[in-house]
Design a protein around this ligand. Structure first.
Ligand code: SAM
Length: 216
């Protein structure tokens, strides 16, 4: 598994292409449905505080900043952070250069919404821990939006030590982990969260989108 520094270096190289894909080009059906759900959360709830972990160039924060939420975006890649600044400088967005698990360990902030869109859980060493750490920073009744890769329809490139988790090589310099719905459900249970929406059964993508709630 790669280090956070290796992930940052890989995304520094991918950032401009990724930014164009998120902001300028037609979105895939999966990405469009995720952004529509996030917009629903941003508009249906009273504006409060939101955290975008591994927020990239900020696309999923857009509807929240536009609706007056107080937003923090945490990201490893410097180039992604520059692009986020370019895209969202007019809005109330705090941009933080940090590894996501480090940020969650250090911050004392509490949030009403946390985004882990963009498969953050697949890039970190400890997906279960980062989900649990995010749940601890959530206010009661708060929501987490998470996207992840479902391994059940994919050929594994390497089986990892943990049963049910496989590593897929995205590019030579980037590896992402995938697992089944059963494994994801175990991570969610361990974080004491409840799944309120499961989506992403489209044939085009092995990615899944779940919304999780922290019970009162
Ligand atoms: C596929 S991109 C998604 C970016 C953004 N969330 C979006 O959907 O447009 C994944 C992002 O996760 C960031 N990332 C991966 N691991 C991270 C970590 N441990 N801490 C912070 N950012 C991380 C990468 O730098 C990259 O920008």
């Amino acid at each position: 598994m790669q280090t956070p520094e290796q992930v940052a270096a890989a995304f520094d190289l991918l950032a401009d292409q990724h930014d164009a894909m998120r902001w300028d080009l037609a979105l895939s059906e999966f990405d469009a449905s995720v952004l529509a759900s996030l917009e629903g959360i941003a508009t249906a709830n009273v504006a409060s505080s939101a955290l975008f972990l591994a927020g990239g160039s900020g696309r999923e924060a857009l509807s929240f900043v536009m609706h007056g939420w107080k937003c923090d975006l945490v990201e490893l890649s410097r180039r992604m952070l520059e692009l986020a600044e370019c895209r969202l400088h007019k809005f109330d967005l705090r941009i933080v250069e940090s590894e996501a698990a480090r940020y969650l360990a250090d911050t004392t902030e509490k949030y009403d919404f946390i985004s882990m869109v963009g498969e953050l859980v697949g890039y970190v060493q400890e997906p279960r821990s980062i989900l649990r750490a995010a749940a601890l920073r959530l206010r009661p009744d708060g929501l987490i939006a998470v996207t992840w890769v479902d391994s059940s329809s994919l050929a594994a490139t390497r089986q990892t030590e943990e049963q049910g988790v496989v590593a897929l090589v995205e590019r030579d310099d980037l590896e992402i982990r995938a697992w089944t719905c059963e494994t994801m459900q175990k991570y969610v249970d361990a974080a004491r969260l409840t799944v309120v929406l499961r989506s992403g059964r489209m044939a085009e993508s092995p990615r899944r989108f779940w919304i999780l709630r922290k019970e009162m």
